[in-house]
Design a protein around this ligand. Structure first.
Ligand code: HEM
Length: 133
């Protein structure tokens, strides 16, 4: 790899765009699929439906972070009755999401996006299990 390519590969974003949201979502769910505790929850549930999930998640984060209005749905409802769902999975999800953010964004941007994710995780966990994370 040339020096230029290495520099580009290591560059962290200091803005949020639909282009880097797409990379975030792709990296995160690639890691989710291989994760020892998250993979077994996501993979059976989304078998054959990953493409739609990925585009939904890009729309979701675009709406949350850029107020694009591209997502309209009921995200809490999507998590009701998913086999293997447990309060601890939110901890695993947040750790993996944080790691993905740190590889992609400058710290203030990673922190801000993480804070939004944490709010959703807290609300979902509270509503599903009566236990905020
Ligand atoms: C314990 C951690 C989590 C697990 C195991 C999980 C799992 C899933 C699964 C399996 C689906 C697809 C449901 C289906 O179509 O059958 C889904 C959808 C979704 N998840 Fe999560 N999720 C987690 C945490 C989160 C968090 C923290 C957020 C928000 C930051 C989030 C946002 C969404 C959204 C927006 C959808 C799409 C909802 C729709 O159908 O419109 N999830 N999740």
């Amino acid at each position: 790899m040339s020096d230029v390519a290495v520099a580009t590969a290591n560059e962290l974003h200091s803005n949020v765009t639909d282009e880097n949201i797409a990379i975030l979502v792709e990296r995160f769910y690639a890691a989710v699929q291989k994760h020892p505790t998250l993979g077994p929850v996501f993979n059976p549930r989304l078998e054959g439906r990953w493409d739609r999930h990925m585009s939904q998640m890009k729309d979701f984060w675009s709406s949350v972070l850029l107020r694009s209005g591209r997502y309209s749905g009921y995200p809490l409802g999507a998590h009701i009755g998913v086999p293997g769902m447990a309060p601890e999975r939110f901890d695993d999800w947040l750790v993996l999401f944080r790691q993905t953010l740190d590889g992609l964004y400058e710290p203030p941007y990673a922190d801000a996006i993480y804070a939004m994710a944490q709010q959703f995780a807290q609300r979902f966990s509270g509503a599903l299990f009566g236990q905020e994370r």
